[in-house]
Write a protein that binds this ligand. Structure first.
Ligand SMILES: *Cc1c(COP(=O)(O)O)cnc(C)c1O
Length: 489
């Protein structure tokens, strides 16, 4: 009997620790509904699970759902396997990821599109809001509902959006028991398409609040409510922010799917180019590589907001203030501070919590840090990271070139990814560019580049004509609090 003691899958419990080293370790279910760790850090798995060559060989033939279960079950060990499998199967269905291009199969969930030899797009944007955030948010919606029901709890999600994140959250949480969403957006400041996408939802658990002001006014209200700890506790206020570990874990899956789709053998290497803002997507790529996926390069592509490119070139991480954030034609990458970057730095500094507290204290005080000076920068290359910048004219040119050469229309974010990808191609190594949004979402930019509107998925034609359900409100914290409280009672 003694020989049974060390079967490969016998799991120690998977615990999550804070990047700042001063919070108790927690399980997956414990961290899923929360935000930052109590010490201000981000949760990370205590150790990375790994896939052996045998595991990878078995994964090559798997469907998206099977891959998702294989990956996620390594990170989630406090939900019974049968339940997790059911959640994954309900989340990743062709009915949800149906906005495919001609020639793509919805059953692939994240199909690839070959542009030429060794150059591919990985379509991550075939879900309900036409952007890759659906890939993770849809899973979160089902996980939230499951965990809340199990513990007889509720959550009231309060958020602010300028478009993308808010709509992904609403489409993931609509109709979910135990969840209400209160989403603030700047009144009449989103595109007609984005507005229609959110405001046409008629689900009784979704509340759209159009605030008379700009995005920062909406965000300030959310911050003020979150800082009112009594209100927050009494009304069970939560968030679905980009630092949620569940979102990162869900995004690891499609790196595996993309890898198997463009290779014939697990001896091959591939590179991924990732249009980046908050570093959540490419952080998932880093995790995939740590799990054992044969990745050569992770290409971090930024727009004019080039905080990340500066780091990968120089070792200096210097977040900007929001006043120095440019509004660009790839708006979902307009960030001044990359909120998931702390996870990667944690690995770079050898998971030293004390070092992290020191580095992040400098950043939180408005300063910067220099990992070359700290001696931790060499690992960036070991982890396969490279970077580059794209600007408005690159974006327009790339959209035009892709349209002429391959008869494919890509969106502005994907164009940033492709522009930088081409600077890092190597012969014999397939390059996969992550397609983070469909062009229909950014019609104006496509008209500027190509002179005509992009094709829109059939199911979304006439979206702007649907009845809309929203509340217009002054930019006033108390008004928002009253609105929320009245709908929870
Ligand atoms: C959110 C988003 C990004 C940036 O992803 P991060 O995970 O924040 O780096 C890129 N493109 C689109 C279309 C997005 O919505």
């Amino acid at each position: 009997m003694a020989a049974c003691a060390t079967t490969r899958h016998e799991s120690r419990a998977m615990k999550y620790i804070s990047t700042r080293g001063n919070s108790p370790a927690q399980t997956f279910s414990e961290i899923l509904l929360g935000g930052l760790a109590p010490d201000g850090g981000l949760y990370m798995p205590e150790t990375y699970p790994t896939f052996s060559a045998t595991d990878l060989a078995a994964m090559r033939g798997m469907t998206y759902q099977e891959l998702a279960f294989a990956v996620l079950s390594r990170f989630v060990d406090d939900i019974p396997a049968a339940d997790l499998r059911d959640i994954v199967n309900r989340t990743y269905t062709p009915e949800v990821y149906c906005h495919t291009r001609a020639g793509q199969k919805a059953a692939d969930i994240t199909p690839t599109l070959k542009l030429e030899d060794d150059l591919y797009l990985l379509s991550l944007s075939n879900g309900p809001t036409l952007a890759f955030k659906d890939m993770a948010m849809q899973l979160l919606g089902n996980l939230f509902e499951y965990l809340l029901a199990k513990t007889a709890r509720e959550i009231n999600i309060l958020g602010a959006t300028s478009g993308d994140t808010g709509s992904a959250a609403e489409y993931a949480m609509r109709g979910k028991r135990g969840v209400r969403v209160f989403m603030l957006s700047p009144y009449q400041k989103m595109s007609r398409f984005q507005t229609a996408q959110m405001f046409s939802l008629q689900d009784p658990n979704i509340y759209n609040i159009a605030v008379k002001g700009v995005f920062d006014d909406a965000q300030d209200i959310v911050k003020a409510v979150s800082n009112d700890h009594a209100f927050k506790a009494e009304h069970k206020i939560g968030a679905v922010n980009s630092i949620n570990w569940g979102r990162v874990a869900a995004q690891v899956v499609y790196y595996f799917k993309g890898y198997f789709a463009v290779t014939r053998s697990n001896d091959q290497l591939v590179s991924f180019s990732v249009p980046s803002g908050n570093f959540g997507n490419v952080c998932a790529g880093h995790v995939a590589r740590m799990l054992g996926l044969p990745i050569k390069h992770l290409v971090v592509a930024t727009n004019e907001n080039d905080v990340l490119d500066e780091f990968f070139r120089t070792g200096v991480y210097h977040p900007r203030g929001s006043a120095q954030t440019y509004h660009t034609s790839s708006p979902s990458m307009d960030i001044s501070k990359a909120s998931n970057f702390e996870r990667f730095v944690f690995d770079l500094v050898g998971r030293d919590g004390a070092k992290m507290r020191e580095l992040m204290a400098r950043v939180d005080a408005g300063g910067s840090f220099d990992l070359k000076a700290e001696g931790s920068f060499a690992k960036v290359a070991d982890y396969g990271f490279v970077s580059g910048v794209s600007n408005h004219s690159h974006r327009m040119q790339t959209i035009r070139t892709v349209h002429e050469q391959y008869h494919v229309t890509i969106d502005t974010h994907t164009a940033d990814g492709l522009k930088v990808a081409l600077e890092h191609r190597e012969s014999g190594v397939p390059m996969i560019v992550l397609e983070t949004a469909l062009p229909a979402k950014f019609e104006e930019a496509i008209v500027e580049a190509l002179g005509h509107v992009p094709e829109r998925p059939h199911a979304l034609e006439g979206l702007e004509d649907l009845p809309q359900r929203f509340e217009v409100m002054e930019a006033d914290v108390n008004a928002v609090k009253q609105f929320v409280a009245a709908r929870i009672a």
